[in-house]
Write a protein that binds this ligand. Structure first.
Ligand SMILES: NC(=O)c1ccc[n+]([C@@H]2O[C@H](COP(=O)([O-])OP(=O)(O)OC[C@H]3O[C@@H](n4cnc5c(N)ncnc54)[C@H](OP(=O)(O)O)[C@@H]3O)[C@@H](O)[C@H]2O)c1
Length: 232
């Protein structure tokens, strides 16, 4: 598997290291310096993995589709572009896996939160909340993961919204807390990322799943996990 990287910051570098350690070939590396040439640079790769910036996502999707290369989209903060991205991928037979969080632990956490919410829905007097903390360089707030957690809580609790508090400081790789608070007590579910290697491992898992080009269209990372790990 020959992988192209879009973005070579904190995540791109960890991905490169993890991919090489797994014996995979890393080819083109696209940053803002050579982004204009992305579609030519991507040609001939088995798969491309994007951890860059929200402003580059649309152009990167177009470049990957034009080059006929399946794309793993790990960048966050591009929800507004999603209809346009879907249009490009569907109209031109592209293949894309997206996820606000490629950590397998976080994806299991989503499922724990969903089942906790189903229990709390039946117990009156508990108010849900979400807290997330990330390093100071993270551009989007709330995090894509916090937004995914909010959707899960809204769906399972049948509420209009859930409050999210965001912290940006230092080098925190990523912490998400989901709480259920009542006058009597509080229940807290916490996921803490120790490093970025979990995101890289999940992105490579998604890359091997989408490589080959037979899985057309847009797929969520949770679909990949359902398929590969048979986690339901
Ligand atoms: N889905 C997940 O599991 C997950 C996990 C961690 C992070 N993320 C997300 O991944 C993204 C990157 O995070 P990071 O911590 O690696 O950020 P970072 O350290 O700031 O690195 C961003 C990289 O993207 C490049 N870049 C910016 N605009 C670009 C463009 N238009 N075309 C190509 N490259 C461009 C930058 O290159 P220049 O320096 O040349 O501008 C830099 O190499 C963020 O959106 C973050 O939220 C997702």
């Amino acid at each position: 598997m020959k992988i192209a990287l879009l973005g070579h910051g904190a995540m791109g570098r960890v991905l490169e290291e993890t991919a090489r350690a797994a014996g995979l070939e890393v080819g083109a590396i696209v940053t803002s310096a050579n982004a204009a040439d992305a579609s030519r640079l991507l040609r001939g790769h088995t798969v491309a993995i994007d951890f860059s910036a929200p402003g580059g996502v649309l152009a990167h999707v177009e470049a990957a589709v034009a080059a006929g290369v399946p794309l793993v989209q790990g960048t966050t903060g591009w929800q507004r572009e999603e209809p346009e991205v879907r249009k490009i991928v569907d109209a031109r037979g592209g293949s894309l896996v997206y996820g606000a969080n490629f950590s397998i632990g976080v994806n299991l956490f989503y499922r724990l939160v969903a089942s906790a919410a189903r229990l709390f829905r039946r117990s009156h007097g508990y108010d849900p909340f979400i807290e997330e903390a990330h390093h100071a360089r993270k551009r989007d707030a709330p995090s894509g993961t916090a937004l995914a957690l909010r959707s899960i809580l809204m769906r399972e609790l049948d509420v209009e919204t859930v409050a999210i508090a965001s912290t940006r400081a230092g080098s925190i790789p990523g912490t998400h807390r989901v709480g259920f608070d009542s006058a009597a007590d509080q229940v807290l579910l916490v996921h803490t990322a120790h490093s970025r290697t979990g995101f890289a491992a999940g992105a490579l898992l998604a890359a091997s799943w989408i490589a080959g080009g037979t899985r057309r269209g847009m797929h969520a990372f949770s679909d990949v996990l359902d398929d590969i790990l048979e986690v339901t």
